[in-house]
Design a protein around this ligand. Structure first.
Ligand code: BG6
Length: 498
C-alpha cells in the first residue's frame, strides 16, 4: 500500500517513475455530484492525488446543482467517508479540499473558463486539462459544447463515460459531433472493466506465457462463458436504467470488451494502436447477434419500482450466445450473461476445454461426470484463477475426481497495490495512454452487430429476484450448462491446508 502519514514527499518516492503524468492537471469533472462521481471518481481522484501519483492538481466540479465550492467540498468529503475503500487521512484531505472548486452548469462556458484559468494560474507550472464527462448520453454533447464555448479544448483530454450512444446511428452521430471539437487522440472512452487488474491480467496470462496460447483456439476450446451476475438492484438509477437496460448498460460495453481481450490475436506490440487493432478485428469477425440466441429477463417487482414504467419492457437480465467467425474461433460459442438482483455477485470468464476423444476409464470411474476441464478467471479486484482437471482418487481401483490448481492474487502479498479500475484509467488518460480505452470504430461495430437485437428484441421473461434468471437461460446453453453457481467453492486463500 502506498499509505503513510509522513507527508507527500516520501510517498512520491514510492511511486515508480512513469506511472503518473509529468505535468500538473486541471480536472473539470462534469456530473461532479452524481452517483458515479461520489462512488468512484472523487474517492479515486483523492487517492491518486494524496498518494503522489499526480504532481499537482486542481479539480473543478460542474453539475446541474446550484451550489458553491464550499458545498461541493462537503459533498466530496461525504463521498469519501461513504465510499472510499481506504482510510481518509485528515491532512491529505485538507490539502485535497483546498484544490476543489465548483461552477454550476448554468453559469456557462465563460465562467468555467475563468475558473480553469484561475486554477492554471495557481498551479504556476505548465499544466494539462482533463475533462471528465460523468453524464448520461443525452447530456454528453451539451457538455462538449460547453467546453468548446469556454475555449477549453486546447491542451486537454476528454474522458467520456459509456454508453456511447444507444444504437449504431446515435453512436456514429456522437462520434462525428465529438470529432468536430476534439481530435480522436484527445478522446478517452472509458470502459472501467478494462481498468480492472484481472482484465489486464488476461493479457499477461495469454501473452507472457508459452503454456496456454497454443491451446487458445477452436481445436481445444469447446465454449466460453463470460458471466457477470449482480445482486444489487437499481438504487436511484431507475431513470437511467429504464432507457438503457442490461444489454446497453453491460454487454455492449463491458462484456464485449472483456471478450475482445479474451479472443484477440497476439498484438504486434503492447501498445494502444496494435491492441485496439486486434480487438477491433475480433469485433469485425463477430456475427450479428441473432435475437433467437438471446434471453431477456426482468426481475419480478421491477415495474413497481419508483421511476419505472408499470408496463416497462426494459430487461434487467440478458443472456446470449455470440460467435466469432474467424480461423481461431469459428464454431466456438461464447455465452454471455449479466443481470441485476440475481442470486450471487460474480464476474467470471470460464473456458471449457474439449473432452478427450476416447475414454479408456472403466464405467463408473467418474470420468467426465463433473463436466469438462475448465480454466476460470475471477475478475474481482482480488482476482483468482483456477484450472480444473480430473485426477485419480487415492486408494484402490480407478476412481476419478475433479481437482483444481488455484491461484489467488492474495497469495502474492501485493493485493494492496491494486489500483481501482477508475484510478488506473484516469491516470492512463492523464498520461495520454489509450491502451485500455475503446475506439470509435470498435464501438460502432459493436452497435452494428447489435442492430437486429435492438430492432426485434425477444419478449422479456420474468425471474424471481435472487435467482439465476428465467428458465430459458438453460435452453440457451444446452447441451452445456452454466458454470455458475459453482459446484465447488473457490479455496479460501486465508485458510491454509484446505
Ligand atoms: C456499470 C454499470 O458500468 O458497471 C452498472 O452501469 C454495474 O449497472 C457496474 O453495476 C458494475 O461494475 P463493477 O465494477 O461494480 O463490477
Amino acid at each position: 500500500m502506498i499509505h503513510d502519514n509522513q507527508g507527500r514527499g516520501e510517498q512520491v518516492a514510492k511511486i515508480p517513475p512513469g506511472v503518473g503524468p509529468r505535468h500538473p492537471q486541471v480536472v473539470v469533472l462534469v456530473g461532479a455530484t452524481g452517483d458515479l462521481s461520489r462512488r468512484k471518481l472523487l474517492p479515486g481522484l483523492y487517492h491518486l492525488c494524496s498518494a503522489g501519483f499526480i504532481p499537482d492538481w486542481r479539480i473543478i466540479g460542474v453539475s446541474l446543482d446550484d451550489i458553491d465550492a464550499e458545498a461541493f467540498r462537503a459533498i466530496a468529503r461525504g463521498a469519501l467517508t461513504e465510499f472510499s475503500t481506504r482510510k481518509v487521512d485528515e491532512a491529505h484531505w485538507a490539502s485535497f479540499a483546498e484544490k476543489l472548486d465548483y461552477v454550476p452548469l448554468a453559469a456557462g462556458g465563460e465562467v468555467l473558463r475563468a475558473a480553469v484559468e484561475r486554477a492554471e494560474a495557481s498551479l504556476g507550472a505548465e499544466s494539462r486539462r482533463v475533462h471528465y464527462l460523468s453524464v448520461p448520453p443525452s447530456a454528453a454533447l451539451p457538455a462538449v459544447r460547453l467546453l468548446a464555448e469556454g475555449g477549453l479544448v486546447e491542451r486537454s483530454r476528454i474522458i467520456m463515460e459509456k454508453p456511447f450512444g444507444t444504437d449504431l446511428a446515435s453512436a456514429v452521430q456522437l462520434n462525428a459531433r465529438l470529432h468536430e471539437v476534439f481530435a480522436e487522440e484527445q478522446i478517452f472512452r472509458i470502459d472501467h472493466f478494462l481498468g480492472k487488474e484481472p482484465a489486464q491480467n488476461i493479457l499477461a496470462f495469454r501473452f507472457a506465457n508459452g503454456l496456454f496460447e497454443p491451446i487458445w483456439n477452436r481445436n481445444f476450446i469447446d465454449h466460453v462463458q463470460i458471466d457477470v451476475p449482480e445482486t444489487l438492484g437499481l438504487g436511484k438509477r431507475s431513470a437511467f436504467y429504464e432507457q438503457t437496460g442490461a444489454y446497453r448498460d453491460m454487454v455492449v460495453t463491458h462484456l464485449f470488451q472483456i471478450l475482445g481481450f479474451m479472443a484477440m490475436e497476439p498484438p504486434t506490440a503492447l501498445e494502444p494502436a496494435p491492441i485496439s487493432e486486434e480487438k477491433n478485428k475480433v469485433f469485425r469477425s463477430m456475427r450479428p447477434i441473432d435475437p433467437k440466441d438471446v434471453v431477456r429477463g426482468q426481475y419480478a417487482g421491477y415495474r413497481e419500482e419508483p421511476g419505472v414504467d408499470p408496463e416497462s419492457d426494459t430487461e434487467t437480465l440478458i443472456a446470449l450466445k455470440c460467435e466469432i467467425d474467424n480461423w481461431r474461433w469459428a464454431g466456438v460459442p461464447f455465452f454471455l450473461r449479466t443481470g441485476k438482483r440475481m442470486a450471487e455477485g460474480q464476474r467470471i470468464i470460464s473456458i471449457a476445454f474439449r473432452e478427450p476423444p476416447k475414454s479408456m476409464f472403466p464405467a463408473g470411474s467418474g470420468v467426465g461426470a463433473q463436466g469438462p476441464d475448465h480454466l476460470t478467471f475471477d475478475l474481482a479486484d482480488a482476482s483468482k484463477m483456477s484450472l480444473s482437471f480430473y485426477g485419480k482418487r487415492p486408494g484402490p481401483g480407478m476412481r476419478l475426481d475433479k481437482l483444481s490448481l488455484q491461484f489467488a492474487m492474495h497469495d502474492t502479498g501485493r493485493i494492496g497495490d491494486v489500483l481501482e479500475a477508475y484510478e488506473r484509467l484516469i491516470l492512463d488518460a492523464m498520461r495520454g495512454d489509450h491502451t485500455l480505452f475503446t475506439t470509435a470504430e470498435g464501438i460502432e461495430r459493436l452497435w452494428e452487430v447489435s442492430t437486429a437485437l435492438l430492432e426485434s428484441p425477444p419478449p422479456v421473461r420474468l425471474y424471481p429476484p435472487g435467482s439465476w434468471g428465467p428458465k430459458s437461460i438453460h435452453q440457451l446453453v444446452a447441451p452445456h450448462a452454466w458454470r455458475l453457481p459453482f459446484e465447488r467453492a473457490w479455496r479460501d486463500p486465508n485458510t491454509t491446508g484446505s
